[in-house]
Design a protein around this ligand. Structure first.
Ligand SMILES: *[C@@H]1O[C@H](CO)[C@@H](O)[C@H](O)[C@H]1NC(C)=O
Ligand SMILES: *[C@@H]1O[C@H](CO)[C@@H](O)[C@H](O)[C@H]1NC(C)=O
Ligand SMILES: *[C@@H]1O[C@H](CO)[C@@H](O)[C@H](O)[C@H]1NC(C)=O
Ligand SMILES: *[C@@H]1O[C@H](CO)[C@@H](O)[C@H](O)[C@H]1NC(C)=O
Ligand SMILES: *[C@@H]1O[C@H](CO)[C@@H](O)[C@H](O)[C@H]1NC(C)=O
Length: 542
C-alpha cells in the first residue's frame, strides 16, 4: 500500500499538476440532499456541497397515512401546503377512504375532488390502503379491494393509484401466509389500472420473519409505534439489523413529544440512516385521523436543502502578489455567490506537502481574509480555506505546520463564519493529521482506479468518519454515475463526480453534472419524469 501513498505525496501530486493553468474551475459536491443548483460562472471556482452540521442523516421521503375524510376543500390543506413548500421531498400518500377503497366502485365526489388535487403535485405518489388482518382476512376481499383501486383509473387518470399499502401485514411465519402474500403482491403487480411502479408496501409494524420476504414487496414498515416504545425497546433492535436496504424500510412514529428544532433534526438524522421512508406525529390517539402541527417542521428536516461549498481559486491561491486580490472578476462573482444562503465560499491555497514556507501560507490566508474588509457593503469574503497538497504521512513537523495553519485560519477575523478548514491529501491521511481539518478529501482518483482492488483495499484499511470525508472521482462512465453517487453517499458527506477525464475541475461535465444532481436528489425509485421535479435553485450568470 505504500505505493498508493507515494503516488500522492512523492510522485507528482495530481492537483499540483492540474493547477498549472491560469484559469481554473473547481467543482466538487458534498452530500446530500435534494436541490439542484446550476452555476454558470466564467471565473475559476471550486464547488463542494456539504450538508453543514451533518451528523450522518440522509435524505428521506415521507410516507403519509392519510386516513382523514376530506370534509371540505381545506381539510387536507396543511398537507397540500407541506407538499407545495417542499418540492424536493417525495410524498408517498396512503389514501384510505373507508379502511379500504369503500363499497362502491369509486369514492364519493368530495373524496374524488381531493384526490384530483393531490394528483396535481409531481412530488406525490398515491397508494391505496388495503387491510389484510394479519393474512387472515378473506383473500377474495383483499383482491377485490385491489381491483377496486385499480378501477379508479378507468374513471379518470387523475384518480389513478400507483400502488397498494397493505396494513395489518403478518410478521409471523406460516407456509400459508407466504402463499397469501405472494398472491396479493402479484395481484398488485398485475393490476392494469395501477400506474407507475405499482409500489407495494407491507405494514407489519415490526420486523417480519425473514421467511415472509416475498418477491415484489418494495417497502416494509418495520416500526409503527410510539416514540417511547422506540426509545425504550425497539431502537437497539432495529439498529442491530445489518445489511438493511434503507430504501425498503419505513418507520412510522406516533406520540412524539414536542421537541426543539435541533432535537427533532437530530432524531430525524438518526432514523434516516436506517429508513428512507419516514413519518412522525405528535398525536397520542387517532394518530392518522388528524393533521398534525409538527408536519411542517418534520418536512423541513426530512430533506434539507443542498448546501454548496464553493472553492474560490483565482490562481492556485488568492492571486499573484503584484496584482490586486481579488481581481475584478472575483470581486464581482464572489458577492453574487455569497448572496445565496446555501452557498458557502472558501479560498484555495496549496502548501506543497508542508514544504511551502509557513509564512507564505499565512500570507495567502491573510489575503483572502482581507477580501472581507468591507463585507457589509461589498459582500465579498470567504468563510474558510481549502488547503490543497496536504501530506498524508505524519511527522512532528508536518503536524506542527498544519496545526499552526489551522490556528491561523481560525484566528483570522477576516475569514468569515465558521472559518471552515478542508484538507486535500487525495488519499487517507494519518489520523493525527486529519484532526486539523473539518473535512479531508480521502480519495481523489479516476473512476477506474477508484474501482481497483488496490484503492478499495486501501479505503477499507483506512476507515474515515463519513461526516468529515470527501471524495472526488473523475472519468466516471455515464451508466455508473447513479450507483456511484449512492455508494459515495454512504462513504462521505462531501463528494464530487464527473465523467470528464482531464482538467475535470475546469468545466461542468456535459452530462454528468445533471445526472449527478439527479442522483443526489432521488435516492430511490428512479422515475421517468424526474426532470420535471428538479427545481433549479441558483443560476448566477456573467
Ligand atoms: C372546492 O374545489 C373545487 C375544485 O377545486 C371547486 O369546484 C369547489 O367550488 C370548491 N368548493 C369550495 C366550497 O370551495
Ligand atoms: C358498505 O358496507 C358496509 C358493510 O358491508 C355497510 O354497512 C354500508 O352501508 C355500505 N355502504 C354503502 C355506501 O354501501
Ligand atoms: C371468502 O369470500 C369468498 C367470496 O366472497 C367466499 O366464496 C368464500 O367462502 C370466503 N372464504 C371464507 C373462508 O370465508
Ligand atoms: C399475474 O400475472 C402473471 C403473469 O402474467 C401470472 O402468472 C399470475 O398468475 C398473475 N397473478 C395474479 C394474481 O393474477
Ligand atoms: C423551527 O422550525 C419551524 C418550522 O420549520 C420554523 O418556523 C421555526 O422558526 C423554527 N424555530 C427556530 C427557533 O428556529
Amino acid at each position: 500500500m505504500e505505493s498508493l501513498q507515494h503516488s500522492k505525496e512523492a510522485s507528482g501530486p495530481g492537483l499540483h499538476r492540474k493547477c498549472q493553468l491560469r484559469r481554473r474551475w473547481w467543482i466538487t459536491i458534498g452530500i446530500a440532499v435534494a436541490i439542484v443548483v446550476i452555476l454558470v460562472i466564467v471565473i475559476p471556482l471550486a464547488i463542494i456541497l456539504p450538508r453543514r452540521g451533518d451528523k450522518g442523516g440522509k435524505p428521506s421521503s415521507v410516507i403519509f397515512p392519510l386516513y382523514i375524510y376530506p370534509e371540505t376543500n381545506s381539510t387536507w390543506g396543511p398537507l397540500y401546503e407541506a407538499i407545495l413548500t417542499h418540492p424536493e421531498l417525495e410524498f408517498l400518500v396512503i389514501v384510505n377512504p373507508q379502511s379500504g377503497p369503500g363499497n362502491g366502485s369509486l369514492p364519493d365526489e368530495r373524496y374524488q375532488q381531493a384526490i384530483r388535487q393531490l394528483d396535481t403535485y409531481p412530488n406525490v405518489q398515491k397508494v391505496g390502503y388495503v387491510r389484510t388482518g394479519y393474512a387472515e382476512r378473506n383473500i377474495s376481499d383483499v383482491l377485490s379491494d385491489i381491483e377496486t383501486y385499480s378501477g379508479w383509473e378507468s374513471q379518470s387518470a387523475s384518480l389513478a393509484m400507483s400502488g397498494v399499502f397493505f396494513d395489518e401485514a403478518p410478521h409471523q411465519y406460516e407456509a400459508a401466509t407466504v402463499d397469501y402474500l405472494n398472491r396479493i403482491n402479484s395481484a398488485v403487480k398485475n393490476a392494469t389500472g395501477l400506474t407507475g411502479d405499482r409500489t407495494i408496501i407491507h405494514n407489519p409494524g415490526t420486523i417480519p420473519d425473514s421467511r415472509l420476504e416475498v418477491p415484489n414487496t418494495d417497502i416494509t414498515v418495520v416500526f409503527e409505534q410510539s416514540y417511547d416504545h422506540y426509545e425504550t425497546s425497539q431502537k437497539a433492535l432495529l439498529d442491530d439489523e445489518k445489511d438493511v436496504d434503507r430504501d425498503s424500510w419505513a418507520y412510522i412514529f406516533h406520540s412524539v413529544p414536542t421537541m426543539s428544532n435541533s432535537t427533532i433534526e437530530n432524531f430525524v438524522d438518526e432514523i434516516s440512516r436506517k429508513a428512507a421512508w419516514l413519518y412522525l406525529t405528535t398525536r397520542t390517539d387517532s394518530y392518522y385521523e388528524y393533521l398534525d402541527s409538527s408536519l411542517e417542521r418534520f418536512c423541513d428536516v426530512a430533506n434539507p436543502d443542498l448546501d454548496f461549498l464553493v472553492i474560490v481559486n483565482p490562481n492556485s491561491g488568492p492571486g499573484d502578489r503584484d496584482q490586486p486580490s481579488p481581481d475584478h472578476n472575483y470581486a464581482r462573482e464572489v458577492p453574487r455567490l455569497n448572496a445565496y444562503s446555501n452557498v458557502y465560499t472558501v479560498g484555495y491555497i496549496r502548501i506543497d506537502y508542508c514544504r511551502k514556507p509557513l509564512q507564505d501560507s499565512f500570507d495567502e490566508v491573510a489575503r483572502y481574509a482581507s477580501w472581507s474588509e468591507q463585507y457589509e457593503t461589498s459582500k465579498l469574503g470567504v468563510r474558510g480555506i481549502f488547503v490543497d497538497e496536504t501530506p498524508n504521512h505524519h511527522s512532528p513537523e508536518r503536524a506542527d505546520y498544519l496545526d499552526a495553519l489551522t490556528r491561523y485560519i481560525k484566528q483570522s477575523p477576516g475569514i468569515l463564519g465558521d472559518k471552515f478548514v478542508a484538507h486535500n491529501p487525495g488519499t487517507a491521511p494519518d489520523s493525527s493529521l486529519a484532526e486539523h481539518a473539518e473535512l479531508t478529501f480521502v480519495c481523489e482518483e479516476p473512476y477506474s482506479r477508484y474501482r481497483s482492488g488496490e484503492v478499495q483495499k486501501w479505503l477499507e484499511l483506512h476507515p474515515f468518519d463519513r461526516a468529515r470525508a470527501g471524495f472526488m472521482i473523475s472519468g466516471v462512465p455515464d451508466d455508473e454515475l447513479h450507483s456511484l453517487v449512492q455508494e459515495l453517499r454512504d462513504r462521505s458527506a462531501y463528494f464530487f463526480v464527473t465523467e470528464v477525464v482531464d482538467d475535470f475541475y475546469e468545466s461542468f461535465g456535459p452530462s454528468s453534472w445533471g445526472a449527478f444532481m439527479q442522483a443526489l436528489q432521488h435516492n430511490h425509485q428512479p422515475q421517468q419524469d424526474q426532470e420535471d421535479e428538479v427545481p433549479v435553485a441558483a443560476a448566477p450568470t456573467v
